[in-house]
Design a protein around this ligand. Structure first.
Ligand code: SER
Length: 895
């Protein structure tokens, strides 16, 4: 049965059972909590949660899906993919377990005619209801219904959201495909039992606290893997041998110069994912989905290299995907040009550096063959200079038996981010008190209206590089607002204004980088840095709104005690006696953003000081005002005396975000906040760096799972952890555009929650790994016993380990002491550039030997030190290459 026929039969079958066939959704989900569409149910998440009404109570879809969690198995096993298609039927508060099970059974055994004897079932261990249905309604013997735990048979879309117990249907490929272990059964990692269909009985919503809240309306969500069912129905035992992959495999085979079946399969898998991702609007990038795409393309190219392919080839293969899949996904044909071009560009880029990168990699491997450890700086170089995604470096290293210093790599990445963060802002401090300004009258400031001015020089201070102009658009630092920067130009000359100050009498002083022959009477054009001025103005008007909001919320005792208003941020110091709660801060933020959204007109009224006071304008305590004052009015909301420059409408402030609140002294608080473009950038940047953190934690978690499996543990089946995103930046950006600071905060909190959640999981995995190592150590301790030697009638064991921590050394030591009763044990464990050691002497021998004396001899050789008792010393050293020599020194002392 061709795969196109399978899709079709599935839809027809469920239509006959009252289901509406609906289109699958894009690989780019609207749900902000996942990066990629990982299951058919995702588009229905709000329906399952009762947030949206379903248009149909029963639905069926063919859904393209992506999961990155099995990437290292792709091509290695017959059944793992990054991109796959899921056939699903759904019930929204309509039928439940019984019908879902009956439908699935009927389709498999009647329509698809799979012999019932080949099928096995796994249910959630506590789901007696499902057990009864499989047993009584379907009539299966209880021996083929396996009860498995939460890891295997309780499905969740992510850390939060709809979830419930599930029943899985497995196809038994026969013992020849199996691992042969006596306990091999559905759920085993080997190839014997192929999970083809998962029936999820959606019953709960897991909230942010991890609690299961029962749903008012239960639902059904099922997923039948197209590639797997195709392999069953086409009588092949490998997904890559189905009609879904064969045309691709043939095309790749035709290109290759060398043989590597795994590489061929990896390329076939990845090009499907890549083609569909681009058709859904994803383009290569350094984060998020774009990074997934880039990683897949580059990984596929590196496998192409192993096949001896020497020029870009992937872009051409995408045409095969389009040709084969366009009937099911017509959009592929429409987007073909874009797809091919996007892959070609990424391929050209990577090919240009791949060759050199591989050479460099080979050298790095050679240099670190001994310590089996690739330093973070080198992984970073591969990433930064040669474009190797870190996961690719980890894989390449794994093949060569090297570990990658991921912590070091992250450090380099962070350093790079930090470098990007730091602009090159040279700030100049100038001592103005020494200047004789008596010849000058106050400068005519035209900068309230204008950003450029034709004017002339009236004075120059050569030593301080200061220029005085007849009139100027440059605002001189005052009232908290920083001075303008910009340019002075004349004839063919141009100098930069680095800062502007204003003397107490009102003379504007322009600090320039170079005088270049400027002298009195030179006619110049003075132009300020408009973008800097604009963000400064946004901060200034925002300061007024903040002031008002604080007084409204906290009381009229709130008075401005100082401020800084620049392009980077605003700082507002005010009298108040307690710290502000986070709710207060959120309220203030929301009010200010509300005023921004109201687009209040900002205008200046010129009034006498008295009139201004009568209007209720806020004046600064201790500030001197002339007869005529400027009153800044923002709608009917804020009225404040001010000489600074401001936006014309609060809409120009764009967005307002508080970054900190602290105590400045007794009774004075300080709020720092940002507005304008920088607030937008800040919110998005903060989200991005949190997301980077989430992504790197996810990578760490994955590597830990691999490590766990290597140590004989069970890889966690939390299928979705690798797809968890992470609020998409677009959503943050949208909330910012809507002046919705509450939502922005919610997104940021959400990301922080994810970070905590992952850290917990990582800590758990680390504990599990320690336990596995401990168990392995105990098991192997027995094996080491045979390596002990007799020296002068004493049983002695010298043993060198690799990266065993002290706990493990203790476990092995305790186990062996128990076994030997009387012995001297000398253990060392090597880490990159260092070692740790443990020397133990059973109490019956301490009359003759002291662990301390032995440890001193050992330490002297390995450049180390240790501490302990006569029975046991633990220590460390700096020179692992001297361990053998150190053992020798100890041996001599024993006899
Ligand atoms: N959502 C379930 C899964 O992905 C069933 O579709 O396995």
């Amino acid at each position: 049965m061709k795969s196109s026929e399978i899709r079709d039969k599935f839809s027809r079958f469920f239509e006959s059972k009252g289901h509406k066939t609906l289109p699958g959704s894009s690989l780019v989900p609207t749900d902000p909590t996942v990066l990629l569409t990982l299951a058919g149910m995702l588009q229905f998440k709000p329906v399952f949660l009762g947030q949206e009404k379903p248009a149909h109570k029963r639905a069926a879809t063919v859904q393209k899906c992506m999961r990155m969690n099995d990437i290292e198995n792709v091509g290695v096993t017959p059944r793992h993919h990054t991109f796959f298609e899921m056939l699903g039927n759904f019930s929204f508060g309509d039928y439940f377990k019984k019908e879902a099970i009956q439908f699935a059974w009927e389709l498999l055994t009647k329509e698809f005619k799979i012999p019932a004897l080949k099928l096995k079932i796994a249910i959630y261990e506590k789901d007696d209801e499902a057990f009864e249905i499989w047993r009584k309604n379907i009539g299966l013997p209880k021996e083929i219904i396996y009860r498995l735990g939460e890891d295997n048979n309780f499905w969740s879309v992510g850390p939060t959201g709809p979830c419930g117990p599930c029943s899985e249907i497995y196809y038994d490929q026969g013992p020849a495909k199996g691992c042969g272990k006596p306990d091999c059964a559905p759920g085993c990692d080997c190839d014997r039992y192929l999970e083809i269909w998962n029936l999820v009985f959606i019953s709960y919503n897991r909230n942010e606290k991890g609690e299961l809240i029962p749903l008012k309306q239960k639902g059904i969500d099922t997923g039948l893997g197209l590639e797997r069912i195709a392999s069953v129905l086409q009588g092949v035992d490998d997904n890559f041998e189905t009609d879904l992959f064969q045309p691709l495999i043939k095309a790749i085979d035709a290109l290759k110069a060398e043989s590597s079946p795994v590489s061929v399969r990896i390329i076939a898998d990845h090009i499907r994912a890549v083609t569909h991702l681009i058709s859904d609007g994803v383009f290569p990038a350094n984060m998020g989905r774009g990074y997934v795409l880039r990683r897949l393309i580059r990984r596929a190219i590196s496998h192409g290299k192993r096949l001896g392919i020497t020029k870009p080839f992937l872009f051409d293969l995408s045409r095969v995907v389009v040709r084969e899949m366009k009937d099911a996904y017509p959009q592929l044909a429409e987007k073909e040009k874009t797809i091919v071009a996007a892959i070609k560009e990424e391929e050209d880029n990577f090919f240009a550096t791949l060759e050199q990168g591989m050479k460099w990699f080979a050298e790095a491997v050679k240099a670190h063959e001994q310590d089996k450890f690739l330093p973070g700086a080198e992984a970073f170089k591969l990433h930064d200079t040669y474009g190797f995604p870190i996961e690719l470096t980890v894989e390449l290293c794994l093949e060569k038996g090297l570990k990658v210093d991921l912590a070091g790599f992250e450090k380099e990445m962070e350093a790079q981010r930090e470098r990007a963060r730091q602009g090159h802002q040279a700030e100049k401090k100038t001592d103005l008190t020494s200047l004789d300004l008596s010849p000058f009258s106050p400068t005519n400031f035209t900068g309230y209206e204008k950003t450029a001015e034709e004017t002339k020089v009236v004075g120059v201070f050569a030593a301080q590089k200061i220029v005085v102009l007849e009139k100027t658009p440059f605002y001189g630092e005052s009232g908290g607002q920083i001075g303008d920067t910009g340019l002075l130009s004349w004839n063919k000359h141009e100098v930069r204004v680095l800062n502007t100050f204003i003397s107490p009498k009102g003379v504007a002083l322009h600090v320039v980088d170079d005088l270049s022959g400027l002298k009195p009477e030179t006619k110049v054009r003075a132009v300020i840095d408009v973008s800097k001025r604009k963000t400064t103005e946004a901060h200034h008007t925002a300061t007024h709104l903040l002031h008002r909001a604080l007084r409204d919320l906290l009381g009229e005792h709130v008075k401005q005690a100082g401020s800084y208003v620049g392009p980077d941020k605003l700082r507002f110091d005010f009298s108040h006696f307690h710290s502000l709660s986070s709710e207060d801060l959120q309220k203030v933020e929301q009010v200010v953003n509300q005023k921004i959204a109201e687009k209040l007109k900002v205008e200046v009224l010129r009034k006498s000081y008295k009139a201004a006071q009568a209007m209720g304008a806020t004046a600064l305590f201790g500030e001197k005002y002339g007869d005529q004052v400027r009153v800044l009015k923002a709608g009917n909301y804020s009225l404040e005396l001010c000489g600074g420059t401001h936006v014309r409408s609060t809409a120009d402030i764009l967005f307002f975000k508080i970054i900190s609140e602290s105590a400045l002294g007794s009774g004075v608080r300080r709020i720092e906040a940002i507005a304008g473009q920088s607030a937008k950038v800040y919110a998005v940047f903060r989200a991005k760096s949190l997301r980077d953190e989430v992504e790197s934690l996810i990578r760490k978690y994955r590597l830990l799972q691999v490590e766990k499996e290597r140590l004989g543990g069970q890889k966690s089946l939390e299928t979705n952890i690798f797809e968890i995103e992470v609020t998409e930046l677009e959503n943050i950006a949208k909330a910012v555009d809507n002046h919705d600071s509450n939502n922005v905060n919610k997104f940021l909190d959400h990301l922080l929650g994810r970070v905590d959640w992952l850290k917990e999981r990582i800590a758990k995995a680390e504990r599990e790994i320690e336990a596995l190592k401990e168990r392995a150590a105990q098991r192997s301790a027995g094996g080491y016993a045979a390596e002990a030697v007799e020296i002068g009638g004493v049983k002695v064991l010298f043993k060198e380990f690799k990266e065993n921590n002290m706990d493990l050394l203790r476990t092995i030591s305790d186990t062996l002491q128990e076994q030997f009763k009387s012995s001297i044990l000398v253990f060392a464990s090597v880490f990159p550039g260092r070692l740790i050691y443990l020397i133990s002497v059973t109490p019956d021998l301490t009359g003759k030997f002291s662990a301390q004396t032995l440890a001193n001899a050992f330490s002297a050789v390995v450049d180390g030190k240790g501490g302990g008792k006569d029975t046991k010393v633990e220590g460390g050293g700096k020179d692992p290459s001297k361990i053998k020599e150190g053992f020798e020194a100890v041996r001599k002392l024993i006899g």
